[in-house]
Every structure is written in structure tokens, then in C-alpha cells.
Design a protein around this ligand. Structure first.
Ligand code: BTN
Length: 325
């Protein structure tokens, strides 16, 4: 373990209590200056440490620590077998795609504190600054490709429930993959499927989830500042929100996913939070835009919509997006 990791360990064992720099230094067999340097780095990583002359260092219980230990504290051990954590990556979905091509097993997970090439639906960029948490899960379900919509739906329910639990704030879901708090988007989900050789059946799916946990230090980038919001605001006192949100979503997602053939109860949780049911919306596909009324969401997570001429039909295509009128 490095001096930084060992310093973190001592601070974490004494959350809310002061430990003198001299005591940490002697326990670690290093200089007080080395301890001070470690604390400076830890602060940059989300540790809130106060330093008081003659008392030492004190780690606040409201820090936002995102490391293997903090994730493992939340994650069910059976979901943490192939877990990788990166400070910064291009895109967790892209990295996992390469690993999937090399036969990485179902349940391989990559978590990142920042993405520099984050991707959203329709090949759009997904701004992923430090402050949020971004992760992807490799799945190898034995289901037809068209059912991959259920993966996204299950993930949306998991994300909404866990964000509510950690923050105490109410969420809503815009079909199919956007989670909102009030009128601000706090989470996006992208499921990318790869078809097997015969076509039709999934070879694998990569489920990618990005959560704006905290507002970035310099605010959200200008291209999203009017639509994006943070789950945790400055006035809230929450400990380790990034680890709890990422770990919690992964746990809850697997709970739903592994029971999908027995229970579809999650669909009612989805419907409870849907902002589109009962609304008139624009249905936007690459070729046209039409106005429809959303009647319901069925058990396969498809939208049931009614056109102005009274036609009722179902929508499941990943190529369709909605805009509220
Ligand atoms: C969207 O809102 O259009 C979907 C955004 C999905 C973003 C997540 S962040 C983790 C994973 N890696 C990516 O590059 N994208 C997904």
C-alpha cells in the first residue's frame, strides 16, 4: 500500500476524530511531510479533511470517497468479482466493449470518476466531468435483441430508486432512459447490444449509466448547463454519494435483472415515475416526427401510443426519442 492509501486507512478508521500528523507518521514509518502530501492528494479525490494545528487531521463523515474499498463496502460481494475502477477513461462503454470482444464474463464492471469521451444515445457526446460517477456492466443474457429495452428499463428503475434513497429527493423517468429531479436531467443510460452470428439473439449487451452526482467544480459544461442537474446539492449532508449511488444501482439492477423471468414488478415502479404516460408527445425518429398521445407502457416496456387519427400502436425502437409537448 502507498503512503496515501495507508493515510486514508488511518483517517477512515477515525472518521470524525482528530489524529495527529505525528501519530500517523510514526504508525506509517514516514515523515510528517509525507503524511501532509498524502492528505493534499486525498482532498483532491473527495476526502473532506480538516487540519487543525496541535490537533491534526480529521476526516469528515460527509466526504465523497470513490475507491475500491468504498465501492466494496456497498456492493454485494458477488457483483464485485470483476470490478475495475478508473480515475479517468474515454468511455466505460467503449473500454468494456473491447473486453467483451475478448470474452470477459457477464458481470464485468468498469466504474470511472470521469470520462473524456463519454457517449450518449444517437452517438451524441455525454459530458462526464469529475463530480459524477460513470459505469458500465457487461451482460450476456439469453434473450432476443428486441428485449434489450427491458435492460434499460430495469436500469432506469434501479437508478431512480437508489438516487431517491441516497438523496431523499424524488425522481421521474422520461422514457426510456433519462432520470430527472425536477426539470433537470441527473442520469442517462445507454444500452449497447451486440448480436450473435445468427442474428436475433444477443451476444452481449453493455449497460452504461452516468449520474451527475455533484455539480463539477466549474459548473456543468455550457452545452448541458440548462438541462443537467446534480443529485447532491451543496446544502445536503450525505456521505460517499458516488460510491453509494454506483454500488447501490449495480446491486439493485442485478436483483431485478436476475429475476426478470420470475417477476416484472419493476415495470410498475417504472410507470409510477414516468412523466410521459397520459401526455401528448412528439415521437421523433430519424425520418420523421409525429404527435401522439402516450396511453401506457406495456409489460415488455414498450410505449402504447395513440395517433390523432385514433390508431393505437406500440413503440420499442431504440431509434425513437420523445419530446414532451
Ligand atoms: C444518454 O443520456 O443519452 C445516455 C448517456 C449514457 C452515459 C453512460 S456514462 C457510462 C457509459 N459510458 C458511456 O460512454 N456512456 C454511458
Amino acid at each position: 500500500m502507498t503512503v496515501k492509501e495507508r493515510t486514508a486507512q488511518v483517517l477512515e478508521e477515525n472518521v470524525g476524530r482528530y489524529v495527529s500528523g505525528a501519530d500517523i507518521a510514526s504508525e506509517l514509518g514516514v515523515t510528517r511531510n509525507a503524511v501532509w502530501k498524502a492528505v493534499v492528494t486525498l482532498k483532491k479525490e473527495g476526502y473532506i479533511v480538516s487540519a487543525v494545528t496541535n490537533r491534526g487531521y480529521c476526516l469528515s463523515e460527509y466526504s465523497d470517497i470513490l475507491n475500491m474499498a468504498s465501492l466494496r463496502k456497498v456492493l454485494e460481494p458477488r457483483y464485485a468479482i470483476n470490478l475495475k475502477l478508473c480515475k479517468r477513461v474515454t468511455s466505460t462503454n467503449s473500454v468494456l466493449k473491447v473486453m467483451a470482444g475478448k470474452n470477459a464474463p457477464e458481470g464485468t464492471i468498469i466504474v470511472a470518476a470521469e470520462q473524456v469521451g463519454g457517449r450518449g444515445r444517437y452517438d451524441r457526446a455525454f459530458a462526464s466531468p469529475a463530480g459524477g460517477v460513470y459505469f458500465s456492466i457487461l451482460l450476456r443474457p439469453d434473450i432476443p435483441a428486441e428485449n434489450s429495452l427491458m435492460i434499460t428499463t430495469a436500469a432506469a428503475v434501479a437508478a431512480a430508486e437508489v438516487i431517491e434513497e441516497v438523496s431523499g429527493r424524488k425522481t421521474s423517468i422520461k422514457w426510456v432512459n433519462d432520470i430527472f429531479i425536477g426539470d433537470k436531467k441527473v442520469c442517462g443510460i445507454l444500452t449497447e447490444a451486440s448480436l450473435g452470428l445468427g442474428g436475433g439473439i444477443l451476444d452481449y449487451a453493455i449497460l452504461g449509466i452516468g449520474v451527475n452526482v455533484n455539480e463539477p467544480e466549474d459548473g456543468f459544461p455550457k452545452e448541458i448547463k440548462d438541462i443537467a442537474g446534480a443529485v447532491i446539492t451543496d446544502d445536503m449532508r450525505v456521505s460517499n454519494p458516488r460510491s453509494r449511488i454506483a454500488g447501490g444501482i449495480i446491486n439493485r439492477f442485478f436483483e431485478i435483472y436476475l429475476n426478470m423471468n420470475k417477476s416484472m414488478d419493476f415495470v410498475s415502479e417504472y410507470k409510477k415515475r414516468s412523466v410521459v404516460i397520459g401526455k401528448d408527445v412528439y415521437l421523433i425518429s430519424p425520418t420523421d416526427t409525429r404527435e401522439v398521445h402516450v396511453v401506457d407502457i406495456d409489460d415488455d416496456c414498450r410505449l402504447i401510443v395513440k395517433s390523432p387519427d385514433g390508431d393505437t400502436f406500440k413503440v420499442s425502437s431504440g431509434e425513437v426519442s420523445l419530446k414532451l409537448k
